[in-house]
Design a protein around this ligand. Structure first.
Ligand SMILES: CC(C)(COP(=O)(O)OP(=O)(O)OC[C@H]1O[C@@H](n2cnc3c(N)ncnc32)[C@H](O)[C@@H]1OP(=O)(O)O)[C@@H](O)C(=O)NCCC(=O)NCCS
Length: 189
């Protein structure tokens, strides 16, 4: 994610109620039985670097970075995180299990996520999407949240479908078929 895009999270989404913030770091209750979400802080770098350099983790999201690039990005993320950036803490171990962001990448607010390989298959990503979805509709007045994924990324598609994302169309990006999923504010949210 580029810094310019996510900075808009501070100003681009209307807030609910006076004094409410759209900085996800200030949203309370971003915690479920499996994961807790918080902004990146110094000390998180090894997990961020591991993911950025792991060819399997990066398979559908641009490929692995070299160590120097990954280290520079991790340092930026932990020392000057964009408001929509977060890390995923595995409640069972307290370890950084993954990371993600909430940003306007292509217009609407969009959630992205990734997990370290050793944390796949336990429901952590699904719960992360549910927590961000609920926090987003609770703490902003926005009506639409989206996620996009390569069609070939079956695990990610299952995460979005399990979290209640509605398939909203296909498109091509970087020569690869992608799918868009949408989350809408439900009545009373
Ligand atoms: C995409 C990605 C986050 C999905 O990870 P994941 O571990 O499959 O997703 P979850 O953490 O939600 O776990 C769900 C899986 O755990 C299983 N599971 C076990 N316990 C569970 C629980 N308590 N609750 C929910 N699911 C559980 C589910 O059955 C599911 O497996 P299935 O998809 O084979 O049915 C992961 O593959 C990843 O990080 N990939 C690389 C980065 C990436 O592609 N990100 C997405 C970009 S669009």
């Amino acid at each position: 994610m580029r810094a310019e895009s996510s900075r808009h999270i501070l100003t681009g989404a209307s807030t609910r109620g006076s004094g409410a913030s759209v900085m996800i770091g200030s949203w309370p209750q971003l915690e479920g039985p499996l994961v807790r979400l918080r902004p990146p802080v110094p000390g998180d770098e090894p997990a961020l670097i591991e993911m950025a350099t792991d060819a399997l983790v990066r398979r559908y999201i641009g490929g692995p970075a070299d160590l120097a690039t990954a280290t520079a990005k991790a340092t930026r993320k932990t020392t000057a995180p964009d408001p929509g950036e977060f890390v995923i803490i595995d409640c069972a171990s307290g370890e950084v299990a993954g990371s993600g962001s909430l940003a306007r990448k292509r217009g609407p607010w969009e959630i992205s996520y990734m997990l370290r390989r050793s944390f796949w298959g336990r429901g952590l990503a699904t719960q992360t999407v549910l927590l961000i979805r609920d926090g987003f509709f609770t703490h902003t007045t926005e009506d639409l949240l989206i996620a996009t994924t390569q069609r070939a990324n079956e695990g990610s598609r299952r995460v979005l479908q399990r979290a209640g994302g509605v398939f909203a169309g296909a498109f091509d990006q970087y020569g690869m078929p992608q799918e868009r999923y949408e989350f809408h504010r439900s009545a009373g949210t």
